[in-house]
Design a binder for this molecule. Structure first.
Ligand code: CMP
Length: 138
């Protein structure tokens, strides 16, 4: 079990002014920020990040949305980080997310669901490496 995960605060949340509240909830949830950046992805970069979903019907919509505005990308550290972070953010579909979770509080819809959280230790490493070089983390 690894002790880090990767997250993005998505354009719906950054555009709606929720960045501060979401970071606050992440930190109060016991996660340490090991690396963080505020950027806007190009269509090509978003397409590459979500390449695993290329065959899904929502891929085009997802890529367009994720490149439509600023995001915050971050590597987070905590014991049992991947599973604990998924608990903190709640179900992918905010309508099914537990009360008090980040997606329940801040997400717009299934497609525009405020935050991303890695689904495995392996993907946390791949996703963190996509955004951050060795120099940018500690
Ligand atoms: P995320 O955790 O970033 O990983 C893939 C994303 O695809 C997911 O969050 C959702 O925002 C999005 N997604 C999943 N299912 C659908 C769907 N049926 N329609 C639109 N977007 C979806």
């Amino acid at each position: 079990m690894s002790n880090s995960t990767f997250t993005m605060i998505k354009p719906d949340a950054t555009n709606n002014g929720h960045t501060g509240a979401i970071l606050d909830q992440i930190i109060k949830g016991g996660f340490k920020i090991k690396a963080m950046k505020w950027i806007q992805l190009s269509i090509e970069q978003a397409g590459k990040f979500y390449e695993v979903h290329k065959e899904r019907p929502f891929y085009g919509e997802l890529v367009e949305f994720m490149s439509s505005g600023p995001i915050v990308a971050a590597i987070l550290e905590k014991e049992n980080a991947v599973a604990d972070f998924r608990t903190l953010i709640g179900a992918t579909d905010p309508a099914k997310a537990e009360e008090g979770t980040i997606r329940k509080k801040f997400a717009t819809s299934l497609g525009q669901n405020a935050v991303h959280g890695s689904d495995s230790d392996e993907n946390a490493k791949i996703e963190g490496d996509f955004f951050f070089s060795g120099l940018e983390r500690f």
